[in-house]
Structure formats: C-alpha cells, structure tokens
Design a protein. Structure first.
Ligand code: ACM
Ligand code: ZN
Length: 683
C-alpha cells in the first residue's frame, strides 16, 4: 500500500475506532475483536527473522519468555499456565520508523514493527492493556498505530532548582510510559550550572552553588554564588559519569537526552566564576558572554566538546533566548568584533556567536537547536528553532528554511498554575490547566509542505517555583500526557472529554504507585463567575473611556465591561479581563442610557504579582448629573494591596441613588503595573 493511502485509511479508522479505550496517547486505530486473551501463560516467541528478534529483544520483548503478562498486574505467575504464541513480523511496505501493529487474539499476540522503537511502542501498549485487564484477561483488539510527530519531548530546568539524579530517571520512565522520546535538560542558567565540565572546575565548585535554596528568595535577594562545601550553599551538579549512565538508561527506553548550554545570555553563574568571559568582568556576574572576546569561543567550544562527548544526541541546544546585550555597545572588544566582521550592529553579535557555534557543531556531525530569538539574525538553515514566544513565528521560521520544534509558552509551558491559583502553591504566572495544554492544535493553519518542517512538540517545565522532586511530579503529571497525545496524534482531532477521562484514570494509577501527580479528579477548575454570563442593569450600556485600555488586553474592546462576560483565571489576551497600563489607569464614564435607581456598583480586579497586575491603590465612583456635577459615592485608597497568590477582589459601592452616569476611576499607586477588570456590574 502506498503511504498516502495507508495514511488515509488509518485516519478513517482513527475516528471510527478509538473511542472507549484507555490508552494515552490514543492510538491511531483501536478495533475491539471478540473474545479475550488470558494473561496467565508463558509465550513461545516466533519471530519472522533474526533481525526482528534482535530489535524486539532490544525493546524488551524477551522478558515475556520467562515471565507472564500478569506480571504487569503485579501478580506472580501461577503454576498451571498454558502457552501462548507471540508472532512477530515486519511491515513489508511501511516506511514510518515508529509504526507498530498489535492484534490480540485468544491464543496469539500478533505484532508488527520495523524498528526497535516500533517494537518498544507495541510492548508499551501491551503492558498498558495487561495492567488494565479484566478478570485476568485482555479483551481482544486490533491496533494500528504510529506517531504523527517525530519529536515528543519535555524540557526540565534543573538550574532554578536542582534535583537529585533519580528524578531524571523518573522523568525518563514517564516519557517512555507515554511513548515520548526526548528529555531536554536545561543544564545552565543564572541560578546554577549543573554539569561537570572537567576543563572548567569553577563551574561545579562555584557556579553550581548559591546562597539561598528557594529560587525566589535568591533572585529577589542577593543573587550571590557560593562554593561547594559551604554550609549554607544550595545547588549541585551531575557528574559526567552520572549523565552517561542516564543517557544509557534513557536510550534503552527510546529516550534521547538533549543537553542545553545557554549562550550568550542567562549566564551570570559562568561570568561570576570566569570574570574574563563578560564584557565588564563584574564579579557579581553579567548575564551575557562577551562575543568580542575570542576567549568566549574557546570556552564555549571546550564546554561543548565535553557535552558532545557525554551526550550522543545529534541535536544540541544552545539557548539563545532573552539576551539583553546591555554591555556590548560600550565594550571595546565587542565594537572591534563588529568592525572586523562587518556586522550591521552590535546587536548582531548574537547572530555571529550562534552562527560560529552552529558551524562548530556541524563540523562534529551535530545540529544545534536554539530558542526562537535567533530568528532575528540571519541563521544557516540547519539551525533548528524551538518556538516559545508566539505561534506566529512558526511560519516565519519555516519560510526561512528552518526545522521547528513547537513549545509555545501559551500551551506548552508547564510551570503555570494547573488549577485555581488562589489555592496555591505558588506557580509561575498564568492559569494553564490540562484542558488548555490539550487544546493546542500544533499543525493548524500549516500547509503540507510547512508541516514537513515541524519536527515535533515539547512541554517545558521551568522550575523557579518547583523546588522539590515532588513538585516536579505534580507539575508534569498529568499535563505531560496532553503533550504526549498532541505529539502522537498531531492534535488535529480533539475529544477533551475522552482525554480527561483517560487522564483522571492515569492520575489515579500514578498516585496509587506513589507518584505525586496532581489529583485531576479533584480539579476545582476555572473561576465559577467566569462560567456563565452575568445579568445586570448596565448590560449593553455605553462606556466612555477617558483613558484607553491596552491594545493587547482588550477583552473585546468598547463593550467589554458591560457584556456580561466575567474573567476566569486566565488573564491573557482574548480573556474577559481588560487591561489598563497607561498613566491614570482606569478613568471612564458609564452611561446607563437613562436615569435609574442604582443600589450597587461592583467591579472585580485581578491581582497577580508575577506579571505586575495589582489591585487598585485608589478607587472612586461618583454619580454625575446632566450638568456634569459629581456626587461622590465612594472613595477608597490603600497603600499597597498584594496577595502572594493570584486572586480576585470585588471593589464597589452600595447605597441608594438615582443617576444616568457613573464616573469610575482607579489607579495603581506606587507599584505601577497593570489594572485588570472584567465588568461593571450595576444593580
Ligand atoms: C524562555 O522561556 N526564555 C525560552
Ligand atoms: Zn564585549
């Protein structure tokens, strides 16, 4: 069968056959057959060829020669087992490297695959079915399956907080469990360097240690480094030996470890240890390397040489995000470099640095990945772009010939709150529940040609607010499952109800195994007020803005504050929260259309300290008559109103007045920042 017609028939079956099964990620097809397959048995394995058996053995199938599938239900095999047959064949005509087919009949497991990855996926599916078996038997079924995307990954930031090596093994196990295949380790950042580099011992004697354990305390405090062995030092690093063992363990489970070494920015910990690598030689550490200094390249290349020696991954991530470049314009070495290389500006030194590093990697048979900021500079097309800021840059990257890995923050950053944020614990910024992560449509709007440049999808766990391994478990699980399913299926067809049901069951299983997954079954969900429209006297009334709302956080514009739509925990663009940042913040007049009795005016204000959204520090409502005379109804002022966790407060007035116009003012006081409100409720 040609690939296209195979794909078409598989797509047809996907919609026809997948409902009612419990697998995550959902397989391409799932056709129940009659009968069931008892677990209590040993197997006679019948591979079609030696090559098949080699691949299947590498994927772990040999275990079934000596133990039974009931082991996956935690039972020891009974003595009077009968014998089953595992028939192994390869696809004669399917080039997709990870495809597998699994047909379970009462006596025989029919398995097809072409590669170790395919055999591994088949075994993973079989284990899941065995673990879910009813009355000691698996219901018979036929599954045809293959992933839509080649790269299905997660990034773990081990810099902001450091986790002992067993945590990384656990993450590898979860990736394998959901048929994912990349663990991207964010090994370096201001908060600590995490990989032993033999040539530069200060990276692990000093740059790996800081003077406060909690990232927030440290970042808002000294931002000072410590030394290995200091009593109060927090930090740590992985030895090359530990990392090599991890690579091997992961490789046996189909997971490639992709290292990331940050450059030119996010590097204070390095430049505090090796002063000559920044433009200013500031002993507190500068965020950016000096790209004018040839020593910077010597350092980076020596580091990468050791990194490549430990990590066989073809793909090496070199950061490239959020470079402030503040010291470059006044640095004589940087200015000289701009001249010598005939660069258009000092800012272009970032592109120069990444291009040189890309060439270094290319000469060694590797390809670099960088965050999407590198698109601002001309880059060779073999530089792969990891999208994080904005999904609209996907097409820009592809149009320039780059391959792309999708990790847009709005869907794929798993450091945000996954439930009602006012319940805590503190997380990073926004509300990004499982439904939001699952709702990402990574391939939407892309042509077939554009899709061929999408390598895959990745969840990212930044760990500023993830201090312990248990927090890693809670933040990754179950949102990792949504990434897994979107990567495997391509995320075009969505059935959130089915996915959520499977994810709740999986969370329960994980928790029963002692893994501290978020208790999805007890999810509180979005702010109740946001779930249905509110009816009140000002619905549809005109709002005259004396100060503008912000162009990004419009909540729909002029009608937003009287449309009955209330804000949820997501305050982002497109939400019902209207944002104000210009001087004076909120200053508007509500026109009720005619004089009426007013007993209550209420406005909700959102507060989240991370993104600098504050409650008002001053607030005033006045009734205004036709002549413009104001009768003050309420004024309220507070010096600073801040909650640690995102929250909503209602501000307003109650009393008795007849008026047509209400003049409403709110300001944000000395903290500056934003005011966000969703509706002016009048009763
Ligand atoms: C990033 O979030 N700075 C890649
Ligand atoms: Zn410089």
């Amino acid at each position: 069968m040609r690939q296209s017609s195979l794909l078409l028939s598989l797509l047809f079956l996907w919609t026809a056959g997948v409902k009612g099964q419990s697998l995550i990620p959902s397989p391409l097809t799932y056709q129940p057959l009659t009968g069931s397959h008892p677990l209590e048995r040993t197997y006679r394995i019948e591979p079609e060829s030696k090559a098949i058996w080699r691949e299947a053995k590498a994927a772990g199938w040999d275990v079934l020669q000596s133990s039974s599938l009931s082991a996956y239900r935690g039972h020891s095999a009974s003595r009077n087992r009968n014998q089953g047959i595992i028939s192994m064949a390869c696809y004669a005509d399917d080039p997709r490297p990870e495809a597998y087919a699994l047909r379970i009949t009462p006596d025989t497991l029919w398995v097809k695959a072409n590669t170790t990855d395919g055999w591994r996926h088949a075994l993973t599916t079989l284990r899941r079915l065995a673990a879910d078996a009813n009355n000691g038997a698996i219901p018979c079924v036929s599954i045809e399956d293959a992933p839509a995307m080649a790269w299905r990954g997660v990034m773990l930031d081990v810099s902001r907080h450091f986790y002992p090596i067993p945590t990384l093994y656990n993450v590898v196990d979860w990736l394998a469990r959901y048929k994912m295949n990349r663990l991207h380790l964010h090994l370096t950042d201001a908060a600590g360097w995490r990989m032993e580099i033999k040539r530069y011992p200060l990276l692990t004697k000093q740059a790996a240690w800081r003077d406060a354990a909690l990232w927030k305390t440290w970042w808002n405090g000294t931002r000072a480094y410590a030394h290995e062995g200091d009593t109060a030092a927090y930090g740590g690093y992985y030895t090359q030996k530990q990392l090599r063992q991890l690579v091997k363990y992961a490789s046996r489970r189909g997971v490639t470890i992709v290292p990331e070494i940050e450059m030119p920015a996010h590097s204070e910990e390095v430049t505090a240890a090796y002063l000559e690598l920044s433009c200013t030689h500031d002993p507190k550490g500068q965020p950016d390397f000096c790209p004018g200094n040839e020593g910077t390249f010597t350092f980076l290349q020596n580091v990468l040489a050791e990194v490549m020696d430990v990590f066989p991954s073809t793909d090496i991530h070199v950061g490239g995000d959020e470079a402030g470049k503040a010291a470059w314009p006044t640095c004589s070495l940087c200015r000289q470099r701009v001249k010598d290389e005939d660069l258009p500006s000092v800012q272009a030194l970032q592109g120069y640095l990444i291009r040189r590093i890309a060439a270094y990697a290319r000469e060694r048979g590797r390809r670099i990945i960088a965050w999407d900021e590198v698109l601002d500079d001309s880059m060779p097309t073999d530089v792969q772009v990891m999208i994080w800021r904005d999904t609209t840059t996907v097409r820009k990257a592809i149009a320039r010939g780059h391959d792309v890995i999708l990790a847009p923050g709005a869907f794929c950053y798993l450091d945000a709150y996954q439930d009602d944020p006012s319940l805590g614990p503190e997380a990073n910024g926004a509300y990004r529940p499982l439904s939001r992560v699952y709702g990402y449509r990574p391939l939407a709007g892309l042509s077939v040609e554009e899709r061929s440049h999408i390598r895959g999808i990745q969840g990212c766990l930044w760990t500023e607010y993830v201090p312990t391994p248990a927090d890693v478990e809670r933040m990754l699980l179950p949102r990792l499952l949504a990434i897994a399913e979107n990567g495997w299926t391509g995320g075009c067809e969505k059935d959130y109800a089915s996915f959520r049901q499977r994810a709740v069951a999986e969370c329960n299983r994980l928790r029963a195994q002692g893994i501290q997954a978020f208790n999805l079954g007890a999810e509180v969900g979005d702010r109740p007020a946001s779930r249905q429209p509110v009816w009140h006297k000002a619905r549809g009334a005109k709002v005259i803005y004396h100060r503008p709302y912000n162009n990004t956080y419009t909540a729909g514009g002029e009608t937003a504050l009287t449309d009955g739509r209330r804000g949820g925990w997501d305050y982002g663009a497109g939400s019902a929260w209207q944002g104000f940042i210009s001087r004076g913040r909120i200053d508007l007049t509500l026109d009720l259309g005619k004089v009426m009795d007013v007993r209550r005016v209420a406005m909700d204000f959102f507060q989240s300290a991370g993104p600098e959204i504050y409650l008002p520090s001053s607030f005033r409502i006045a009734a205004v008559d036709e002549a413009g005379q104001e009768t003050e109804l309420v004024t309220r002022s507070e010096t600073t109103v801040r909650h640690t966790l995102p929250s909503v407060e209602t501000w307003g007035w109650q009393g008795e007045i007849r008026t047509r116009y209400l003049h409403i003012q709110a300001n944000s006081g000395p903290l500056g920042g934003w005011l966000f409100t969703d509706e002016i409720i009048v009763e």
